[in-house]
Write a protein that binds this ligand. Sequence first.
Ligand SMILES: *Cc1c(COP(=O)(O)O)cnc(C)c1O
Ligand code: SF4
Length: 441
Amino acid sequence: MDKKLKTYTLQNYRTIPQISALKESDIEAIEVVGRVLPFKTNNYVVNELIDWTRTDDDPIFTLNFPRREMLEKKHYLTVKKMLDEGVDKATFDRKIHEIRLELNPNPAGQEHNVPTLDAVKLKGIQHKYPETVLFFPSQGQTCHAYCTFCFRWPQFSGMSGLKFAMKEADLLLKYLKVHRQVSDVLFTGGDPMTMSASVLSAYIEPLLEPGFEHIHTIRIGTKSLAYWPYRYLSDPDSEQIIALFNKVIAAGKNLSIQAHFNHPTELSTDAVQQAIKAIRATGAQIRTQSPLLKHINDKPELWAEMWRKQVDLGCIPYYMFVARDTGSKAYFELPLEKCWQIFRRAYRQVSGLCRTVRGPSMSDHPGKIQILGVQEVKGEKVFVLRFIQGRNPAWVHIPFFAKYDPKATWFNQLKPAFDEEKFFFEQKPPKDMGSKPFLFE
Ligand SMILES: *Cc1c(COP(=O)(O)O)cnc(C)c1O
Ligand code: SF4
């Protein structure tokens, strides 16, 4: 295996030797869907993870390559027709943009989480929960490969205005200096681990200096362990990455790698296991998370296997998410009840050491909403829910109820149970909850 990163996109994927094994209809799907949803993979995924003998249902192939069903039929046919007829570029681009706008490119109102400092909007920051600030370094807004389900797809396809990125680490530092309730900074993207060690250091090292004693934890959200473990083993600056992690720990901070793994296959190679060892040897912890996705990981056994394997490797299972309502959601989505069934059937068969995982959770405008289950209360079938995180912290861990709906796939499709007009958090808050939701100004 060549340890030099080679990426493949719509422009050059035909040079992947294994592509010749695909059916003509699979190639057509890549050509058509790949015009709307961004597509990128690499030599590690292609050579070490994808099982090319079963591309019809291989989960890693499905995670990386566009499939016909990922676009609505009418959109698929529109794009195919334009390709067949060879329309002019302006018309083509306009139509593609229109289709993208129909795919809910900005789910869960993330623009509401952008704070201001001295009347300047800090576009590279999201601050929704008091203790954690999300930072989107502008150099880290890409990934080693793109997941076909990803809700960050608009920022990869250059849809302007939707990109949360900020060059100036200065503004981040200034913001953190005056927000002393923040204990965690989460570097996210894209994938911040696509940045060079020197750029990453420029962002992280200042946080180790005096003035940031309130920052206890630096988190890095990354899919690099699954998609490019050589980042920690043999990349030209992998030693500097490890040195940076050591430095964070030596400064007395927690370093938490929030690693995305969608399938046990991603944990199976020598390279990923070596990379996990190398990171853990620095004193950093690795917490794991993934959305629950039809066609990829919609089996309890598979989650149980994934959590067990993670714990064996010294990782801490952290989140199971419900797939977001964006992009190719229709292809990946599962009814909420099914998500809960998969979660509990996986959870009940693993050791308590795996049960650090929380979910299934929906990150929606009001907060992270966990599906606790389906239950019958006085003859009415209901979903039992609670906030793991709330836009107003007072909402957290209060069970509440939604009318049972076997088809619902996201929180916005749910109605309050017991014929109530509103959920408790939409009503005027009682006095002890404070008069308004948490605000950052
Ligand atoms: C999930 C999330 C966090 C972190 O929440 P934890 O429960 O501390 O992991 C922070 N900000 C946003 C916007 C999130 O969605
Ligand atoms: S690695 Fe993460 S941010 Fe990148 S495409 Fe996949 S899910 Fe999206």
